[in-house]
Design a protein around this ligand. Structure first.
Ligand SMILES: [Zn+2]
Length: 379
């Protein structure tokens, strides 16, 4: 089981500059490697492979210890692999007859992270005072806000150092031993990703956006309006743009925090959690879902839930959601209703919040009809 732990880094001014230099170097290499591929194709119709690029840039790195040489060799490999992946994806989509965008040169604001293999140019250490430090080659020992420890038995695999606005963070990709799943779930729940509520549970519980998040969103909207009223390129516009970016970051942090708490709570309460199996392709085809439910935060809900369930031996079942909002969870009849209808009313007498009805169907699809629905919420 792979999990990611994120930590804030506290850098000195010198470390800040050193990390910026690494990022800048990495971006140069990425763009140079991209140009190499493009030129070889345009002039000789020849494609360049990852192996060829690695051989080329490895020699360059050795010959220029002051410039390219400051990059760790593994970082350089990861960088070239990243480009290789971008090209593979491009060709794959091209062959399928789609119209993919050609891999892009990265501008200053589009290149924000450097990847390491743990123990190779980058390592988590504890100093004599018990403080946690991240050693980074050519940068030094950087202070880490170690708000939660890496669990026992975990192996740190990859390390990604990234800049978000003016702050630095580190992501540790950990490999954890899998927990043994239990056979019989003690308690089970179906969850519908709602259109008006964030989540509807088969127990009748509805989960809304917390008020502090709504406040931040309102602030963000105001900042965006403020920016749009200013002349593009002007000093005031740039200032407002920075405010917008900061608020975006704040909302993103609050969302992540909220989903972390919510998923932890759900995993501690239930042994089986049934959710809709919505793939990205399916959701983007549905404009209504695309707008609200298909918010990036909901992708986060699912991935966090699955991560946490994995380590708590809770089963997450993804079921086909087709028709779950139309079917009656009491008798199985199909009750057609469009998106504006918020309440499910069936001739069998069941009247229920639309999303709660869907959540009950989701759970039933996993368990088979008529099981495990002890607590019915009649409204
Ligand atoms: Zn019914």
């Amino acid at each position: 089981m792979i999990r990611t732990y994120n930590y804030r880094l506290f850098t000195s001014a010198a470390q800040d500059a050193a990390l910026d230099r690494l990022l800048w170097r990495s971006r140069n290499v990425y763009n140079a490697a991209l140009a190499q591929r493009r030129d070889a194709w345009e002039s000789e119709k020849r494609s360049v492979t990852y192996t060829q690029q690695w051989a080329h840039f490895r020699d360059e790195r050795r010959a220029n210890s002051e410039t390219l040489g400051i990059l760790n060799a593994t970082c350089l490999q990861q960088l070239l692999r990243r480009l290789d992946k971008a090209f593979s994806a491009f060709y794959r989509r091209y062959k399928k007859g789609e119209m993919p965008g050609y891999p892009r040169f990265k501008g200053r604001n589009r290149f924000k992270s450097i990847e390491y293999r743990h123990g190779d140019g980058c390592k988590l250490r504890f100093d004599s005072a018990g403080r946690t430090m991240l050693y980074v080659q050519n940068v030094g020992e950087v202070k880490v806000k170690y708000h939660r420890p890496v669990p026992d038995g975990a192996v740190v695999k990859h390390v990604v150092i990234k800049r978000v606005l003016d702050k630095w963070y580190v992501s540790l990709m950990l490999e954890l031993p899998d927990a043994e799943p239990v056979d019989v779930p003690t308690d089970c729940v179906g969850i519908d990703v709602g259109l008006t509520s964030l989540l509807a549970l088969s127990t009748g519980e509805l989960v809304e956006n917390p008020r502090w998040l709504q406040r931040s969103l309102a602030k963000l909207r105001r900042a965006q309006r403020c920016m749009s009223r200013r002349r593009k390129g002007s000093g005031g516009w740039k200032k407002a743009g920075y405010q917008v970016a900061k608020l975006h970051q704040r909302v993103a942090n609050q969302r992540r925090d909220f989903w972390h708490k919510k998923t932890t709570e759900l995993v501690s309460r239930y042994g089986l959690i049934a959710i809709e199996d919505l793939t990205l392709a399916f959701m983007t085809q549905h404009p209504h879902l695309a707008k609200s439910a298909h918010d990036a935060a909901l992708g986060m809900f699912r991935s966090l839930l699955e991560q946490k369930a994995g380590s708590a031996a809770v089963r997450v079942a993804a079921v086909n959601p087709w028709g779950t909002s139309q079917e009656c969870s009491g008798c199985g009849a199909v009750v057609k209703k469009d998106l504006s209808v918020r309440v499910h009313r069936c001739s069998c007498g069941l009247v229920l919040n639309r999303d709660v009805n869907a959540a009950r169907n989701i759970l039933q699809r996993e368990l088979g009809h008529g099981l495990c629905l002890g607590a019915i919420t009649w409204q």
